[in-house]
Design a protein. Structure first.
Length: 269
């Protein structure tokens, strides 16, 4: 059952109807595909299977677990009942968030966690692995949820539309946003650029929200095996800058890499 999806009514346990009488099937993994053809700018938008598999393998190595723990910490004190993971990928962060919050306090017992992503393959994976969460293939630019539905949202390296965030997050609701800090993966940049420009640390303005706090999370990740670095490379747009030769060299010689995340908390006005 997918509560909170705007304009959709449940026709049967496995089918939904929208107000225009289009029907959407509940996939066997338990997600709905709400991406209309006209919102697709390619046959399979979003991250593809290879990227998803590489990201999953990398995340399972616990390399970004400190980030996941820090995100969970920023939501631990809320009594949120409805949370959204925007561009959730295969659900690593929201899966761990649900686990952490449900252990933390009985207040989170009835928590409903939703994830949306434009990538069908990512959502398929997420729905299969996190059966107690609700997932939909949908665009962050046209969220399929009723207005003021969410007590909070997380946005980890994912696109969003400010008007949609303002619409779906309740007044006083929280948005936790993660973006790269100045030195994030700097060694990768050094391998492909002559002159390396750090990521900007400017706090993004989110109209309709007040910026509450910023936390910077920095650590050095020791690379266990070349495959781990290869997986990381698959996840980042910078991978396109490598040719086969410098990729091979980078993967076989790099032993540690700088991790630098910026975690910003905003509150809906
Ligand atoms: C860099 S990945 C981050 C995934 C996840 N949040 C994580 O950190 O593991 C960005 C995600 O945004 C998704 N995405 C890209 N454009 C999107 C859009 N317009 N609406 C929803 N998701 C989108 C991609 O499919 C991908 O899963």
């Amino acid at each position: 059952m997918l509560l909170g999806l705007s304009g959709l009514s449940e026709l049967s346990g496995r089918q939904y109807h929208c107000t225009n009488k289009h029907s959407f099937d509940l996939a066997k993994e338990g997600y709905v595909n709400l991406l209309p053809v006209q919102q697709k700018n390619s046959k399979d938008p979003g991250d593809n299977k290879l990227m998803i598999q590489a990201r999953r393998a990398f995340l399972e190595s616990a390399a970004y677990q400190p980030l996941s723990d820090a995100v969970n910490g920023l939501l631990a004190d809320t009594a949120a009942k409805t949370l959204l993971d925007l561009g959730c990928g295969e659900g690593y962060y929201s899966g761990r968030l649900q686990q952490a919050l449900s252990k933390a306090a009985p207040a989170h017992k009835d928590l409903q966690l939703y994830g949306i992503d434009i990538s069908k393959i990512a959502i398929k994976y997420a729905a299969k692995h996190y059966p107690t969460m609700q997932f939909a293939v949908a665009s962050a630019y046209q969220l399929p949820f009723a207005s003021n539905y969410f007590d909070g949202a997380i946005r980890i390296y994912a696109p969003s539309d400010n008007a949609e965030l303002q619409r779906v997050i309740k007044p006083q609701g929280r948005l936790v946003s993660v973006s790269p800090g100045p030195n994030h993966l700097i060694e990768m940049k050094q391998a492909v650029y002559r002159e390396v420009k750090p990521h900007s640390a400017v706090i993004k303005d989110e109209p309709g929200f007040n910026h509450i706090t910023r936390q910077q999370l920095r650590y050095t990740l020791a690379i266990n095996e070349p495959q781990q670095l290869d997986n990381l490379l698959q996840m980042v747009p910078l991978a396109w800058k490598f040719n086969a030769e410098n990729r091979q060299h980078f993967v076989s010689t790099t032993q540690q890499i700088s991790i630098d995340f910026l975690l910003d908390v905003y509150q809906r006005q």
